[in-house]
Design a binder for this molecule. Sequence first.
Ligand SMILES: Cc1ncc(COP(=O)(O)O)c(C=O)c1O
Length: 428
Amino acid sequence: MAHGSQVLGSPPPGVSFGPEIADAVRSLGDGPLTEDALRRHVHPLFSRVLRRDEIYLSNHSLGRPLDRTADDIRHALDLWYERLDGAWTHWIEASGRYRAMLAALIGCSRPDAVVPRVSAGQGLRAAINALPTHRPRIVTTRGEFDSIDFILKTYHRKGRAEIRWVAPDERGLFSPDAIIDAIDNGTDLVVVSIVYFVTGQVLDALDRIIARAREAGAFVLLDAYHAAGAIPMQFDRLAPDFAIGGNYKYTRGGPGAGWLAVHPRHLEQGPLPVLFSTDTGWFAKRDTFDFRRPDQPELSPGGDAWLEATPAVLTCFQALAGLELTLALGVERLRGYSLEQQAFLEDELARAGVPVLDVEPHGAFLLVPSPQHADMTRRLHEAGVNTDSRPAPHDPSSGYVRLCPDILNTRDELRRAATIIGRVYGQL
Ligand SMILES: Cc1ncc(COP(=O)(O)O)c(C=O)c1O
């Protein structure tokens, strides 16, 4: 390869990238990603999904899988057929790679600090159920994703939490100062998104929010679903207590491959740590396969104390190829390319007479505001542009069509999409 290995993001210890991914990414050369090189070297890794005849701009919702993903799942099943219980060693090893890659993705120094969960919501419940108080007081916003919002409302309804909601401003955005003002010495947990799912707003001043929560004696949980793989993250440095996320969007890992990260400072606390969750099971036990049953639960050291019962293993395999590609390309480069594509699409939309909501800084997608957002999405689907839309957090009678280009979208597609969007928008 012309440029040697420096052009390939380095895999975390214990992980090596598959040869097709490694070769493709090395062939891109170093420096910013370009459409020509991506088309030549990376698009062939997606031959199955690229056969579809549509312009796919729902990459923020369900990421497109590599061809290898199906082979990885097949491999996990072959292990079962061929080795029966001997498959466990390989399954658990794949789960270790999954955890190591997620840790690298979010800037966490300890792979064991990331534990698999089926969903982000499950991660939230594990964190709430670890708090030292039975009825925690939680500060959150009206802009959290439906799963998070619904879980928090359910805890409230059951009398298992008291929720203080921070409202958005008249543009649907959240002010860090409003969140900080809502935290007081009675607050036990603060739950906020790094990137808001409706508006794409990147929540500024997370370090100030976390510092205020610490000062008040509260824990912080960050929802990183629209951040991990889309914008660079520094979990260790930022130092929230928890983060939750999953792989079905930017890391192309499909549903079921969620995760919870627990900050490393909470992991070295002996057999009965201060912070441990009732969401647990025998894989969290010290010496799982010794079958000892002391009356006091003895937890595994480190992050394995946050594992649960018998784990889902296929979802780890399902997420491997997407995580490898994301790490090999590097989130910084992906972010740079995403911003370039978004700027291009925004210009094309302006030319077609379509306004875009100006949110700075924002994540990986653009927003077209419209009271008829749902109708517009349906018509766009019919015209061959796959997008989605969500009601606005400050005004449910209005909403936004979300448009997320990724490395598989070409400029030609974005130009054509803008023309179609302009036509549909003009007909509403
Ligand atoms: C910000 C955010 N959090 C969480 C989720 C998914 O939550 P769960 O995995 O609990 O279904 C999504 C899905 O779109 C999301 O956008």
